[in-house]
Design a protein around this ligand. Sequence first.
Ligand code: C2E
Ligand code: CA
Ligand code: CA
Ligand code: CA
Length: 280
Amino acid sequence: AKAYGKSQLALFNASLQQEVHQRLKLETALGDALGKGEFELFYQPIVEVGAGRSRVVGVEALLRWWQGEKMIGPDEFIPILEETGDIVKVGDWVLQQACAQVREWQEHGLPGLRCSVNLSSRQLLEKNFAGRVAEVLAATGLPPKSLVLEITESLLMQDGPETLATMRELESTGVRIALDDFGTGFSSLGYLHRYPLHIIKIDKSFISQAPDDERLKAISRAVIGLGKGLSMDVIAEGIETSEQMDFLSGEGCNLVQGYWFSRPQSASDLKPLLLSLSQA
Ligand code: C2E
Ligand code: CA
Ligand code: CA
Ligand code: CA
């Protein structure tokens, strides 16, 4: 029995070693990814639904990592970039890239198009982050009012005294801030009061079952009302069906994002849709 136990332990060690090895490989590959040009931004339209006509009002930039032909999604590598600290330089690249792309679309027939960029807490805690944002806006020519920075509740939970100051500085330049995944973390309504926030994004976990689930419907309805009362825009994420769309527009939420309109796509793939919807 003793020998058996020992060999089990050896097996366990071997698989643990393999896991650590895999992880190190991934970390190393990720460390080189930016320099090798393996990152790409996909864009998903944010649509304003009106009576009989819909209009793309913005796009959210979503990071992708190419490993040869294989595309890796952000849920698999953003946590590693956050741990290694590389998220700061990758996030800076995302900001520059997205602002430049949206500016180009603005100059080609989509003048009011907005650009939404996801932020990690490490970025907001960087010294003079607001100054860096202003620099990127100036360099790309994107008007500050066209930029939306998306942050999460967990970011606000780990904030330092600088976070509020940075957010106020950003607001004073005209940049808007969205609270992403609203309601999924340790939501505190106090955040809505304490921080300069302009947009609430209702998480897709509420939307996905909303039309059939009375309680989730009540939550979505309350968040929409909260946003209205605070003069904030409310964007519903993860719209996949016309039932979900009907429910939301019935509740007066007309800003939506989801597979129902478009999956996130590369800039070149998205361009025809952007142009057609903007003129609809
Ligand atoms: P998120 O900011 O909540 O982005 C929305 C996610 O929902 C995206 O996943 C998008 O592809 C997905 N989605 C959109 N519409 C639908 C739908 O109708 N149904 C379903 N099931 N999903 C939908 P993605 O692209 O895999 O991104 C995952 C997360 O990774 C993002 O969640 C965001 O937190 C993070 N992320 C992505 N890009 C960046 C980045 O540049 N920087 C940072 N810090 N985080 C990023
Ligand atoms: Ca987001
Ligand atoms: Ca979200
Ligand atoms: Ca999310």
